[in-house]
Write a protein of this length. Structure first.
Length: 118
C-alpha cells in the first residue's frame, strides 16, 4: 500500500493494453485483477486507520513512533564497537523500522483525507 491510487487513474496511466500486444481478453483480466487489488488495498487501509484510531491503537502508534522515527539513530557507545559492515546493517535495519511506521502514518492520513472529501 504505497498509496491509495484511484483505479481509473492507474488504468489511464497504463493505457490501452492492446498497444502493448496484450489481447483484449487479457486486458480485461488485468483490469479485473487491478480492481480486486485496489479494493483489497482500500480495505486494508481502512482497517489500519480504524485500528490506530482506537485508544489502544493510538497507544501502540505512539510507542512505535517513540521507538523508531523519533529515536536517535546515534548510539556512540554501540557504533564505535562495530565494523563498517555492522554499522551499515544497523543503519539499514533502522531505516526499515522507520519506513514501516511512516507507511502506517501515510495510510492513516490518506484514509482521513479521502473521508473528508467524500
Amino acid at each position: 500500500m504505497n498509496g491509495l491510487l484511484n483505479i481509473q487513474k492507474l488504468q489511464e496511466m497504463l493505457g490501452d493494453p492492446v498497444e502493448f500486444g496484450i489481447s483484449p481478453e487479457d486486458g480485461a483480466r488485468m483490469n479485473t485483477h487491478l480492481e480486486k487489488r485496489f479494493d483489497a488495498d482500500q480495505e486494508l487501509a481502512n482497517a489500519t486507520a480504524r485500528l490506530f484510531s482506537t485508544e489502544d491503537g493510538e497507544l501502540v502508534l505512539q510507542a512505535l513512533l517513540r521507538d523508531t522515527v523519533l529515536q536517535d539513530d546515534a548510539y556512540p557507545e554501540l557504533l564505535t564497537s562495530l565494523s563498517v559492515d555492522q554499522v551499515q546493517a544497523f543503519s539499514l535495519m533502522r531505516k526499515g523500522q522507520n519506513s514501516v511506521v511512516r507507511m502506517i502514518l501515510r495510510v492513516i492520513r490518506q484514509v482521513e483525507e479521502r473521508e473528508r472529501r467524500d
